[in-house]
Write a protein that binds this ligand. Structure first.
Ligand SMILES: NC(=O)c1ccc[n+]([C@@H]2O[C@H](COP(=O)([O-])OP(=O)(O)OC[C@H]3O[C@@H](n4cnc5c(N)ncnc54)[C@H](OP(=O)(O)O)[C@@H]3O)[C@@H](O)[C@H]2O)c1
Length: 256
């Protein structure tokens, strides 16, 4: 397909490469900031623009990968009706597109950072459209990129996105906090990498609830008290530690 990418951030960057790798063409990148538009267009070997009226009208699919809050404004600023236009947001409803536009959703359920040079090898997609014809085009396109394509309503997708935030964004934040504690003790974060890897690997083989370990799961109150004392100099982390420990204990009916 002839694809126009709207945005030049994390998602546009990685999705653009996946699109090209699977035999489609990115014909143009639009972004409000020239430097990132230019950089992405040079990676994808295509044209770029920073002006909405100059967006190429010959595309078959327009993919909006903008910050969620900017999607609606962008759609309002369009000066033509694209053949098919989708956004990549987990929580933005399909209703952000006015009825007269042929709008849909192509939500890649993965984590993308420009800082990560490796594009994720498996990208599940949650797709949605208002009519069968558009859904069929989005389905065919997403199936050309991935074996994992799910048709989900906006309401279903919002709940999936909520869980994605918990398992990915929150987990990564806990990594960041751990790095902070370790670096104040002159220990490199590397010591934790095998544990992080194993934590992610073992939930591939069973329910996460079967894999829980640690002092809160065992009811080792003495260790928890000692950890909380160590965290006195990090009140924010202490609060998170206590909240999560209480949650684990209550899940397994353990008394702390
Ligand atoms: N990152 C992920 O892991 C991930 C995964 C799945 C879905 N998504 C979804 O994909 C979309 C893009 O996420 P992202 O992580 O790629 O975001 P990002 O890296 O922060 O990029 C944001 C893009 O939006 C543009 N933008 C920001 N504010 C704007 C405004 N006020 N007006 C116009 N454009 C604006 C930025 O342009 P400038 O370069 O000019 O700032 C940039 O092109 C979001 O809907 C997000 O929920 C993200």
């Amino acid at each position: 397909m002839r694809v126009v990418l709207i945005g030049a951030g994390n998602v546009a960057h990685h999705l653009g490469s996946v699109i090209i790798r699977n035999g489609h063409r990115v014909i143009q990148v639009y972004n409000r900031t020239q430097s990132s538009a230019k950089k992405l267009s040079s990676i994808l070997s295509c044209d770029f623009t920073t002006k909405v009226p100059e967006i190429d009208r010959t595309g078959e699919l327009y993919i909006i990968a903008l910050k969620d809050d900017a999607i609606s404004e962008f759609i309002k600023s369009l000066t033509f009706s694209p053949k098919l236009i989708v956004h990549t947001s987990g929580s933005c409803s399909i209703d952000v597109f006015p009825k007269e536009l042929n709008g849909g959703v192509l939500y890649p359920l993965q984590t993308f950072s420009k800082a990560n040079k490796r594009t994720p090898s498996v990208i599940p997609f949650c797709i949605e459209a208002r009519d069968r014809k558009s859904l069929s085009v989005i389905r065919k396109f997403s199936r050309s990129l991935s074996d994992m394509v799910y048709e989900k309503t906006s309401e279903e997708r919002e709940k999936i996105h909520l869980c994605a935030v918990i398992v990915n964004n929150f987990t990564n934040h806990l990594f960041t906090l751990s790095e902070k504690i370790l670096s104040s003790e002159q220990t490199a974060f590397d010591i934790l990498r095998p544990l992080i890897m194993e934590t992610a690997l073992k939930v591939q083989d069973g329910k996460p609830s079967m894999m829980q370990t640690g002092p809160a799961r065992r009811g080792d109150s003495k260790i928890i008290k000692e950890h909380l004392a160590l965290l006195n100099k990090y009140p924010g982390i202490k609060k998170i530690y206590k909240t999560i420990s209480d949650s684990i204990a209550s899940e397994y009916d353990v008394k702390l």
